[in-house]
Design a protein around this ligand. Structure first.
Ligand code: BTN
Length: 338
């Protein structure tokens, strides 16, 4: 590890505390000049490091740059050093994760970006991914032999993300089937699950679980078409202080999402997360509209949505609906509105 990253690792582990240049130099067995050079480089990259006379350096509590060194101290699983990758800019973390999976990356690998230039959403839509205010991450997961599990991963992931948000911020979120996460009536997180299939056998080899969270995305910055729908966990760093707790960083939340996803994924078949999903669902018992897909017979016309009542979530995460004629059905994918 370079001196710069070693310094960052120590500063992240002691975030908010001061450590002298001498201590750093002795610990890393390098010169004071090398420490100063590393601090200068880190500051240039945007890390907020205070230099306090006669005391040393301190990575400030409100520093919110995403880094491997900032994520690792909060992870529960051991041996994640080689599995967490942070980039400044990617087209899409899902795309990079897919390529890495095809190149043999181990399950549990996580790809994170500070910004995405072509963030992908469900149904071929794009996902607004501005720099420095969101969390854009993709996990490479192994679905096991049962392909049905890959459907469950999507449902489980929304519970995992809600639990992670609740743990780190104390904010209770709700789920709109299938896996959109809402806070105070606004969508703050979207999840896109994609399969990586073996070219020859056609088997699903990996699942790429892509998670996008608006962390401090400013209201005004959302594109016009999202302004009424999208929200953010916090609106500016000031909000973090107002919670009265310690500053919450994106590194912490990323790590907690990884912890929750890996833990729930180990136990997918027990379906123990289904009751937790139902508890957080805000569609159950409500009148909904089911969007219909454009089929070849409908030409370019968008078919009208079908009204129904959301009755239950089945053990595979499917949405049980009752139509106006009294008949029932289970939806396994698609989109609804309320
Ligand atoms: C949706 O709400 O339509 C799903 C959005 C999923 C966005 C995330 S951000 C990280 C990952 N990379 C992508 O390109 N998309 C997912």
């Amino acid at each position: 590890m370079s001196t710069k990253l070693s310094v960052l690792k120590i500063l992240e582990e002691k975030k908010g505390q001061t450590i002298s240049g001498e201590e750093l130099a002795n610990h890393l067995e390098v010169s004071r000049a090398a420490i100063w050079k590393a601090i200068k480089e880190l500051r240039k990259e945007g890390y907020a490091i205070d230099a306090i006379t006669n005391k040393g350096y301190c990575l400030t509590e409100d520093n919110d740059r995403i880094s491997v060194q900032g994520i690792l101290p909060h992870l529960q699983s051991a041996n994640m050093e080689e599995k967490v990758f942070v980039y400044k800019l990617l087209e899409s973390t899902n795309l990079t994760a897919k390529k890495m999976a095809l190149d043999g990356a181990a399950p549990g690998t996580v790809v994170i970006a500070e910004e995405q230039s072509k963030g992908r959403g469900r149904m071929g839509r794009s996902f607004y991914s501005p720099a420095d205010s969101g969390i854009y991450m993709s996990l490479i997961l192994k679905p096991g032999f049962d392909v049905a599990k890959s459907v469950l991963i999507t449902t489980a992931a929304s519970v995992a993300v809600c639990k992670a948000i609740e743990k780190v911020t104390g904010i209770r979120c709700e789920i709109k089937w299938v896996n959109d996460i809402y806070m105070k009536g606004k969508k703050i997180c979207g999840i896109l699950t994609e399969a990586v299939t073996d070219f020859e056998s056609g088997h699903i080899e990996h699942i790429i679980l892509g998670i996008g969270i608006n962390f401090t995305t400013a209201k005004v910055s959302f594109p016009e078409e999202l302004k009424d729908i999208a929200g953010s966990l916090f609106h500016k760093t000031e909000d973090l202080k107002k919670t009265g707790t310690k500053q919450i960083s994106r590194n912490q939340l990323i790590a907690e999402v990884i912890n929750e996803v890996l833990s729930i994924h180990q136990d997918l078949e027990s379906r123990s997360f289904i009751p937790e999903y139902k508890e957080r669902s805000f569609v159950l018992g409500k009148e909904i509209n089911i969007m219909q897909r454009i089929s070849s017979s409908s030409g370019s016309d968008v078919p009208p949505p079908v009204p129904a009542t959301a009755v239950d979530i089945d053990s595979d995460g499917g949405l049980v609906v009752r139509y106006e004629d009294g008949s029932t059905d289970t939806l396994n994918s698609g989109e609804i509105s309320i």
